[in-house]
Design a protein around this ligand. Structure first.
Ligand code: GDP
Ligand code: IMO
Ligand code: MG
Length: 403
Protein backbone atom coordinates (compact mmCIF):
# COMPACT_ATOMS: atom_id res chain seq x y z
CA UNK A 1 0.00 0.00 0.00
CA UNK A 2 1.34 3.36 -0.93
CA UNK A 3 1.75 5.82 1.90
CA UNK A 4 2.37 9.55 1.82
CA UNK A 5 3.70 11.22 4.97
CA UNK A 6 4.89 14.74 5.69
CA UNK A 7 7.49 15.25 8.40
CA UNK A 8 7.99 18.75 9.80
CA UNK A 9 9.86 20.49 12.59
CA UNK A 10 7.64 22.02 15.27
CA UNK A 11 10.07 24.52 16.81
CA UNK A 12 12.75 26.83 15.41
CA UNK A 13 14.52 24.14 13.39
CA UNK A 14 17.19 21.56 14.29
CA UNK A 15 14.66 19.30 15.97
CA UNK A 16 16.40 16.24 14.55
CA UNK A 17 14.31 15.98 11.37
CA UNK A 18 17.28 14.52 9.48
CA UNK A 19 17.80 11.71 11.96
CA UNK A 20 14.10 10.85 12.02
CA UNK A 21 13.67 11.08 8.22
CA UNK A 22 16.56 8.64 7.91
CA UNK A 23 15.06 6.38 10.58
CA UNK A 24 11.70 6.28 8.80
CA UNK A 25 13.05 6.17 5.25
CA UNK A 26 13.09 2.39 5.11
CA UNK A 27 9.31 2.50 4.65
CA UNK A 28 9.39 4.89 1.67
CA UNK A 29 10.50 4.77 -1.96
CA UNK A 30 10.81 8.53 -2.40
CA UNK A 31 12.04 11.24 -0.03
CA UNK A 32 11.13 14.78 -1.11
CA UNK A 33 12.26 18.18 0.10
CA UNK A 34 9.67 20.90 -0.57
CA UNK A 35 11.08 24.23 0.63
CA UNK A 36 14.20 26.04 1.79
CA UNK A 37 17.66 25.35 0.46
CA UNK A 38 21.20 25.16 1.73
CA UNK A 39 20.19 27.03 4.91
CA UNK A 40 19.09 23.64 6.25
CA UNK A 41 21.55 21.35 8.00
CA UNK A 42 20.21 17.86 8.64
CA UNK A 43 22.50 15.48 10.48
CA UNK A 44 22.33 11.73 10.07
CA UNK A 45 24.64 9.34 11.90
CA UNK A 46 24.90 5.83 10.53
CA UNK A 47 27.58 3.23 11.10
CA UNK A 48 29.79 5.61 13.07
CA UNK A 49 29.82 8.15 10.24
CA UNK A 50 28.14 11.53 10.39
CA UNK A 51 26.54 13.11 7.31
CA UNK A 52 25.13 16.62 7.05
CA UNK A 53 22.58 17.24 4.32
CA UNK A 54 21.64 20.74 3.22
CA UNK A 55 19.56 20.39 0.07
CA UNK A 56 19.46 16.66 -0.54
CA UNK A 57 16.77 14.87 1.47
CA UNK A 58 17.97 12.77 4.39
CA UNK A 59 17.16 9.11 3.97
CA UNK A 60 18.88 8.47 0.65
CA UNK A 61 21.67 6.69 2.51
CA UNK A 62 19.75 3.42 2.69
CA UNK A 63 20.21 3.02 -1.06
CA UNK A 64 17.69 2.41 -3.81
CA UNK A 65 15.75 5.59 -3.00
CA UNK A 66 14.69 8.54 -5.10
CA UNK A 67 15.27 12.05 -3.77
CA UNK A 68 13.17 14.99 -4.92
CA UNK A 69 14.09 18.67 -4.74
CA UNK A 70 10.70 20.31 -5.15
CA UNK A 71 9.52 23.48 -6.87
CA UNK A 72 9.27 25.30 -3.54
CA UNK A 73 13.01 25.05 -2.92
CA UNK A 74 15.75 27.49 -3.84
CA UNK A 75 18.68 25.55 -5.23
CA UNK A 76 22.34 26.42 -4.90
CA UNK A 77 24.00 24.34 -7.61
CA UNK A 78 27.55 24.80 -6.40
CA UNK A 79 26.76 23.62 -2.93
CA UNK A 80 24.56 20.81 -4.28
CA UNK A 81 27.36 19.39 -6.41
CA UNK A 82 29.62 19.47 -3.36
CA UNK A 83 27.01 17.84 -1.18
CA UNK A 84 26.36 14.97 -3.57
CA UNK A 85 29.94 13.82 -3.02
CA UNK A 86 28.78 12.52 0.37
CA UNK A 87 26.58 10.05 -1.49
CA UNK A 88 29.35 8.53 -3.60
CA UNK A 89 28.95 4.78 -3.52
CA UNK A 90 25.26 5.01 -2.61
CA UNK A 91 22.67 3.95 -5.19
CA UNK A 92 20.10 6.76 -5.57
CA UNK A 93 18.25 8.89 -8.09
CA UNK A 94 17.53 12.58 -7.81
CA UNK A 95 14.84 14.67 -9.50
CA UNK A 96 15.18 18.45 -9.31
CA UNK A 97 11.98 20.24 -10.24
CA UNK A 98 12.53 22.51 -13.22
CA UNK A 99 10.37 25.10 -11.44
CA UNK A 100 12.68 25.43 -8.42
CA UNK A 101 14.48 28.77 -8.33
CA UNK A 102 18.24 29.15 -8.28
CA UNK A 103 20.27 30.84 -5.59
CA UNK A 104 22.72 32.98 -7.56
CA UNK A 105 26.19 34.03 -6.43
CA UNK A 106 25.07 37.62 -5.82
CA UNK A 107 22.25 36.43 -3.54
CA UNK A 108 24.81 34.98 -1.18
CA UNK A 109 26.87 38.13 -1.39
CA UNK A 110 23.90 40.36 -0.58
CA UNK A 111 22.91 38.12 2.34
CA UNK A 112 26.42 38.26 3.82
CA UNK A 113 26.54 42.05 3.44
CA UNK A 114 23.17 42.44 5.11
CA UNK A 115 24.33 40.36 8.05
CA UNK A 116 27.62 42.24 8.30
CA UNK A 117 25.73 45.53 8.42
CA UNK A 118 23.98 44.24 11.58
CA UNK A 119 20.54 44.74 10.05
CA UNK A 120 19.89 41.09 9.20
CA UNK A 121 17.90 38.56 11.24
CA UNK A 122 20.95 36.39 11.82
CA UNK A 123 20.56 34.38 8.62
CA UNK A 124 22.68 31.46 7.49
CA UNK A 125 24.16 33.73 4.78
CA UNK A 126 23.15 31.28 2.05
CA UNK A 127 21.27 33.88 -0.04
CA UNK A 128 17.93 32.30 0.80
CA UNK A 129 15.81 35.42 1.35
CA UNK A 130 17.35 37.09 -1.72
CA UNK A 131 16.52 34.11 -3.95
CA UNK A 132 12.92 34.03 -2.69
CA UNK A 133 12.73 37.82 -3.03
CA UNK A 134 13.61 37.57 -6.72
CA UNK A 135 11.20 34.68 -7.19
CA UNK A 136 8.26 36.68 -5.83
CA UNK A 137 9.36 39.82 -7.66
CA UNK A 138 9.25 37.63 -10.79
CA UNK A 139 12.88 38.16 -11.66
CA UNK A 140 14.09 34.71 -10.63
CA UNK A 141 15.97 32.12 -12.65
CA UNK A 142 14.53 28.62 -12.51
CA UNK A 143 16.39 25.31 -12.62
CA UNK A 144 14.75 24.40 -15.93
CA UNK A 145 16.54 27.30 -17.62
CA UNK A 146 19.83 25.47 -17.09
CA UNK A 147 18.78 23.04 -19.80
CA UNK A 148 19.08 25.58 -22.61
CA UNK A 149 22.08 27.93 -22.87
CA UNK A 150 20.12 30.58 -24.74
CA UNK A 151 17.24 30.61 -22.24
CA UNK A 152 19.67 30.62 -19.33
CA UNK A 153 21.43 33.66 -20.75
CA UNK A 154 18.15 35.49 -21.24
CA UNK A 155 16.79 34.72 -17.75
CA UNK A 156 20.09 35.41 -16.04
CA UNK A 157 20.32 38.74 -17.83
CA UNK A 158 16.91 39.82 -16.49
CA UNK A 159 17.88 38.80 -12.98
CA UNK A 160 21.31 40.39 -13.27
CA UNK A 161 19.88 43.71 -14.47
CA UNK A 162 17.21 43.69 -11.78
CA UNK A 163 19.81 43.05 -9.10
CA UNK A 164 22.23 45.63 -10.52
CA UNK A 165 19.46 48.21 -10.54
CA UNK A 166 18.27 47.68 -6.96
CA UNK A 167 20.94 45.77 -5.08
CA UNK A 168 24.63 44.93 -5.25
CA UNK A 169 26.18 42.66 -7.85
CA UNK A 170 29.94 42.58 -7.45
CA UNK A 171 30.39 40.02 -10.15
CA UNK A 172 30.74 40.03 -13.87
CA UNK A 173 27.79 38.69 -15.88
CA UNK A 174 29.82 36.39 -18.12
CA UNK A 175 31.61 34.99 -15.11
CA UNK A 176 28.36 34.01 -13.39
CA UNK A 177 26.96 32.62 -16.61
CA UNK A 178 30.06 30.45 -17.09
CA UNK A 179 29.98 29.20 -13.51
CA UNK A 180 26.33 28.19 -13.86
CA UNK A 181 26.94 26.43 -17.15
CA UNK A 182 29.95 24.52 -15.89
CA UNK A 183 28.54 23.52 -12.51
CA UNK A 184 25.14 22.56 -13.89
CA UNK A 185 26.70 19.96 -16.19
CA UNK A 186 26.86 17.59 -13.23
CA UNK A 187 23.18 17.88 -12.40
CA UNK A 188 21.51 18.64 -15.75
CA UNK A 189 20.23 15.12 -16.16
CA UNK A 190 18.39 15.35 -12.85
CA UNK A 191 16.25 18.34 -13.82
CA UNK A 192 12.65 17.52 -14.71
CA UNK A 193 9.02 17.80 -13.69
CA UNK A 194 8.95 16.54 -10.10
CA UNK A 195 5.20 17.03 -9.73
CA UNK A 196 4.59 14.74 -12.69
CA UNK A 197 7.15 12.29 -11.35
CA UNK A 198 5.22 12.08 -8.07
CA UNK A 199 1.93 11.65 -9.90
CA UNK A 200 3.29 8.66 -11.77
CA UNK A 201 4.85 7.29 -8.60
CA UNK A 202 1.49 7.42 -6.84
CA UNK A 203 -0.13 5.56 -9.74
CA UNK A 204 2.51 2.86 -9.30
CA UNK A 205 1.73 2.56 -5.59
CA UNK A 206 5.00 4.09 -4.38
CA UNK A 207 5.35 5.62 -0.89
CA UNK A 208 6.57 9.16 -0.35
CA UNK A 209 8.11 10.90 2.66
CA UNK A 210 8.03 14.70 2.38
CA UNK A 211 10.79 16.16 4.54
CA UNK A 212 10.48 19.70 5.84
CA UNK A 213 13.40 21.98 6.58
CA UNK A 214 13.64 24.65 9.28
CA UNK A 215 10.68 24.61 11.67
CA UNK A 216 7.14 25.88 12.17
CA UNK A 217 8.20 28.97 14.13
CA UNK A 218 10.45 29.97 11.21
CA UNK A 219 7.57 29.84 8.68
CA UNK A 220 7.33 33.04 6.65
CA UNK A 221 3.71 33.63 7.75
CA UNK A 222 3.17 31.51 10.85
CA UNK A 223 6.59 32.01 12.43
CA UNK A 224 7.93 34.87 14.51
CA UNK A 225 8.00 37.33 11.60
CA UNK A 226 10.31 39.03 10.66
CA UNK A 227 12.68 36.65 12.49
CA UNK A 228 11.87 33.78 10.17
CA UNK A 229 13.09 32.13 7.01
CA UNK A 230 11.52 32.92 3.63
CA UNK A 231 9.48 29.82 2.87
CA UNK A 232 6.51 27.80 4.14
CA UNK A 233 7.96 25.35 6.59
CA UNK A 234 4.58 24.03 7.77
CA UNK A 235 2.92 20.91 6.36
CA UNK A 236 0.87 22.98 3.91
CA UNK A 237 4.18 23.96 2.33
CA UNK A 238 4.64 20.36 1.20
CA UNK A 239 1.62 20.56 -1.12
CA UNK A 240 2.58 23.93 -2.57
CA UNK A 241 6.25 23.05 -2.78
CA UNK A 242 5.73 19.77 -4.61
CA UNK A 243 2.59 20.42 -6.63
CA UNK A 244 0.89 17.59 -4.77
CA UNK A 245 -2.84 17.19 -3.96
CA UNK A 246 -3.75 17.30 -0.27
CA UNK A 247 -6.20 14.43 -0.61
CA UNK A 248 -3.31 12.09 -1.30
CA UNK A 249 -1.48 12.89 1.94
CA UNK A 250 -2.03 10.27 4.65
CA UNK A 251 -0.34 11.68 7.72
CA UNK A 252 1.66 14.52 9.22
CA UNK A 253 4.51 13.71 11.59
CA UNK A 254 5.71 16.48 13.91
CA UNK A 255 9.24 16.37 15.30
CA UNK A 256 10.22 18.29 18.43
CA UNK A 257 13.19 18.36 20.73
CA UNK A 258 12.66 17.61 24.43
CA UNK A 259 13.79 21.20 25.04
CA UNK A 260 14.02 24.20 22.69
CA UNK A 261 16.75 25.80 20.58
CA UNK A 262 16.91 28.74 18.23
CA UNK A 263 19.66 30.12 15.96
CA UNK A 264 19.70 33.76 14.93
CA UNK A 265 17.75 36.69 16.32
CA UNK A 266 14.15 36.87 17.50
CA UNK A 267 12.01 36.31 20.60
CA UNK A 268 12.41 33.07 22.57
CA UNK A 269 10.25 33.03 25.73
CA UNK A 270 11.82 30.01 27.48
CA UNK A 271 15.44 30.91 26.66
CA UNK A 272 17.98 30.11 29.38
CA UNK A 273 20.93 32.45 29.56
CA UNK A 274 22.34 30.86 32.71
CA UNK A 275 24.50 27.87 33.66
CA UNK A 276 21.66 25.41 32.98
CA UNK A 277 21.49 26.85 29.46
CA UNK A 278 25.22 26.36 28.98
CA UNK A 279 24.98 22.77 30.19
CA UNK A 280 22.11 22.03 27.81
CA UNK A 281 24.05 23.54 24.89
CA UNK A 282 27.20 21.53 25.62
CA UNK A 283 25.45 18.27 26.37
CA UNK A 284 23.19 18.59 23.34
CA UNK A 285 26.03 19.68 21.05
CA UNK A 286 23.91 22.67 20.13
CA UNK A 287 26.07 24.24 17.47
CA UNK A 288 24.66 24.91 13.99
CA UNK A 289 25.04 22.09 11.44
CA UNK A 290 25.30 24.70 8.65
CA UNK A 291 27.07 27.66 10.24
CA UNK A 292 28.63 26.27 13.42
CA UNK A 293 27.01 29.07 15.44
CA UNK A 294 26.17 28.29 19.09
CA UNK A 295 22.41 27.74 19.32
CA UNK A 296 20.33 29.57 21.90
CA UNK A 297 18.74 27.04 24.26
CA UNK A 298 15.81 26.88 26.67
CA UNK A 299 13.11 24.68 28.20
CA UNK A 300 10.33 23.06 26.21
CA UNK A 301 7.54 25.49 25.34
CA UNK A 302 4.16 23.76 25.21
CA UNK A 303 2.29 26.96 24.26
CA UNK A 304 4.35 27.18 21.08
CA UNK A 305 4.11 23.44 20.53
CA UNK A 306 0.31 23.37 20.80
CA UNK A 307 0.16 26.08 18.14
CA UNK A 308 2.56 24.12 15.93
CA UNK A 309 0.47 20.94 16.31
CA UNK A 310 -2.56 22.90 15.07
CA UNK A 311 -1.06 24.73 12.09
CA UNK A 312 0.54 21.53 10.79
CA UNK A 313 -2.33 19.16 11.59
CA UNK A 314 0.05 16.79 13.35
CA UNK A 315 -1.15 13.16 13.56
CA UNK A 316 1.66 11.93 15.76
CA UNK A 317 4.75 13.31 17.45
CA UNK A 318 8.39 12.38 17.56
CA UNK A 319 10.40 13.57 20.56
CA UNK A 320 14.16 13.83 20.09
CA UNK A 321 17.19 14.40 22.29
CA UNK A 322 15.50 13.22 25.46
CA UNK A 323 18.91 11.86 26.57
CA UNK A 324 20.20 15.44 26.79
CA UNK A 325 17.83 16.07 29.70
CA UNK A 326 19.05 13.00 31.62
CA UNK A 327 20.83 13.97 34.83
CA UNK A 328 19.47 17.48 35.29
CA UNK A 329 18.16 17.95 38.86
CA UNK A 330 14.88 19.28 37.52
CA UNK A 331 13.23 19.81 34.14
CA UNK A 332 10.76 22.56 33.31
CA UNK A 333 8.12 23.06 30.63
CA UNK A 334 6.21 26.25 29.85
CA UNK A 335 2.46 25.64 30.11
CA UNK A 336 1.26 29.22 29.64
CA UNK A 337 2.55 32.77 29.24
CA UNK A 338 1.95 35.81 31.39
CA UNK A 339 1.45 39.03 29.44
CA UNK A 340 0.42 42.30 31.10
CA UNK A 341 -1.22 40.50 34.02
CA UNK A 342 -3.13 38.08 31.82
CA UNK A 343 -2.63 34.36 31.17
CA UNK A 344 -1.96 33.64 27.52
CA UNK A 345 -2.40 30.08 26.26
CA UNK A 346 -2.06 30.60 22.54
CA UNK A 347 1.14 31.55 20.72
CA UNK A 348 0.90 35.30 19.88
CA UNK A 349 1.05 36.19 16.19
CA UNK A 350 3.03 39.36 16.89
CA UNK A 351 6.67 39.08 17.85
CA UNK A 352 6.29 42.37 19.73
CA UNK A 353 3.86 40.65 22.08
CA UNK A 354 5.83 37.41 22.17
CA UNK A 355 8.96 39.33 23.17
CA UNK A 356 7.18 40.56 26.31
CA UNK A 357 5.67 37.32 27.65
CA UNK A 358 6.85 35.61 30.83
CA UNK A 359 6.59 31.81 30.70
CA UNK A 360 4.70 30.01 33.46
CA UNK A 361 6.49 26.75 34.19
CA UNK A 362 5.58 23.35 35.48
CA UNK A 363 8.59 21.69 37.11
CA UNK A 364 9.36 17.97 36.98
CA UNK A 365 11.88 16.11 39.14
CA UNK A 366 14.96 15.12 37.14
CA UNK A 367 15.27 11.72 35.43
CA UNK A 368 18.15 9.56 34.22
CA UNK A 369 16.58 7.27 31.65
CA UNK A 370 13.57 6.70 29.39
CA UNK A 371 11.64 5.01 32.16
CA UNK A 372 12.19 7.88 34.56
CA UNK A 373 10.92 10.33 31.95
CA UNK A 374 7.49 8.67 31.85
CA UNK A 375 5.65 11.48 33.68
CA UNK A 376 7.32 14.13 31.55
CA UNK A 377 6.29 12.32 28.37
CA UNK A 378 2.69 11.65 29.34
CA UNK A 379 2.22 15.22 30.55
CA UNK A 380 3.28 16.50 27.11
CA UNK A 381 0.96 14.06 25.33
CA UNK A 382 -1.98 15.05 27.54
CA UNK A 383 -1.31 18.75 27.09
CA UNK A 384 -1.05 18.48 23.30
CA UNK A 385 -3.68 15.80 22.80
CA UNK A 386 -1.47 13.98 20.29
CA UNK A 387 0.52 10.78 20.92
CA UNK A 388 4.31 10.65 20.96
CA UNK A 389 4.97 7.54 18.88
CA UNK A 390 8.73 7.74 18.51
CA UNK A 391 11.38 8.78 21.01
CA UNK A 392 14.97 9.46 20.08
CA UNK A 393 17.63 9.31 22.80
CA UNK A 394 20.92 9.51 20.90
CA UNK A 395 22.43 10.51 17.55
CA UNK A 396 22.66 7.00 16.10
CA UNK A 397 19.88 5.49 14.06
CA UNK A 398 19.64 2.68 16.64
CA UNK A 399 18.96 5.05 19.53
CA UNK A 400 15.32 5.35 18.63
CA UNK A 401 12.29 3.63 20.16
CA UNK A 402 8.81 3.10 18.74
CA UNK A 403 6.09 3.21 21.36
P1 GDP B 1 17.58 18.93 11.84
O1 GDP B 1 18.00 20.21 11.20
O2 GDP B 1 16.19 19.00 12.37
O3 GDP B 1 17.79 17.74 10.97
O4 GDP B 1 18.54 18.75 13.09
P2 GDP B 1 20.14 18.99 13.13
O5 GDP B 1 20.79 17.83 12.45
O6 GDP B 1 20.48 20.34 12.68
O7 GDP B 1 20.40 18.99 14.69
C1 GDP B 1 20.10 17.90 15.48
C2 GDP B 1 21.40 17.40 16.15
O8 GDP B 1 21.08 16.53 17.21
C3 GDP B 1 22.27 16.60 15.20
O9 GDP B 1 23.61 16.77 15.57
C4 GDP B 1 21.82 15.16 15.48
O10 GDP B 1 22.82 14.22 15.18
C5 GDP B 1 21.56 15.22 16.94
N1 GDP B 1 20.51 14.33 17.43
C6 GDP B 1 19.35 13.95 16.81
N2 GDP B 1 18.60 13.20 17.63
C7 GDP B 1 19.29 13.10 18.79
C8 GDP B 1 19.01 12.48 20.05
O11 GDP B 1 17.98 11.87 20.27
N3 GDP B 1 19.97 12.64 21.03
C9 GDP B 1 21.11 13.32 20.83
N4 GDP B 1 21.97 13.43 21.84
N5 GDP B 1 21.40 13.92 19.66
C10 GDP B 1 20.49 13.81 18.66
P1 IMO C 1 17.19 23.12 9.69
O1 IMO C 1 16.48 22.56 8.46
C1 IMO C 1 17.68 26.44 12.41
C2 IMO C 1 17.26 30.47 10.73
C3 IMO C 1 18.50 31.35 10.69
C4 IMO C 1 17.87 32.72 10.82
C5 IMO C 1 16.58 32.59 10.02
C6 IMO C 1 16.68 33.09 8.60
O2 IMO C 1 18.55 22.59 9.89
O3 IMO C 1 16.29 22.99 10.86
P2 IMO C 1 17.84 32.16 6.40
O4 IMO C 1 19.26 31.79 6.13
O5 IMO C 1 16.88 31.02 6.22
O6 IMO C 1 17.40 33.38 5.67
O7 IMO C 1 17.81 32.55 7.96
O8 IMO C 1 16.27 31.20 10.01
N1 IMO C 1 17.41 29.16 10.08
C7 IMO C 1 17.53 28.00 10.75
N2 IMO C 1 17.60 27.74 12.07
N3 IMO C 1 17.67 25.42 11.55
C8 IMO C 1 17.56 25.66 10.22
O9 IMO C 1 17.39 24.67 9.31
C9 IMO C 1 17.54 27.00 9.75
N4 IMO C 1 17.46 27.58 8.54
C10 IMO C 1 17.37 28.89 8.76
O10 IMO C 1 19.37 31.04 11.75
O11 IMO C 1 17.52 32.96 12.16
MG1 MG D 1 19.55 21.62 11.33
Amino acid sequence: MSKVSVIVGLQWGDEGKGKIADFLSGDYDIIARFQGGANAGHTVKVGGREYVFHQVPSGLLRGGKVGILGAGMVIDIMSLVEELKQLEGVDYDLVIDERAHLVLPYHRLQDARQEESGRGVGSTRRGISQAYRDKYARFGVRAGSLLDERILKEDLKRSYEFNSRHFTVNLDFEEIYDILLTESREIRDMIGDASLYLRNAIEEGKSILMEGAQGTLLDIDFGTYPYVTSSHTISGGALVGLGFPWKRVDEVIGVFKAYTTRVGKGPFPTELVDETGNQLREKGGEYGATTGRPRRVGWLDLVALRYAVWVNGVDYLVMTKLDVLFGFPEVKVAVAYRLQGMDVRWFPASYHRLARVEPIYRTFPGFDDLDGARDYISFIEDYLGVPIKIISYGMDREKTVLR
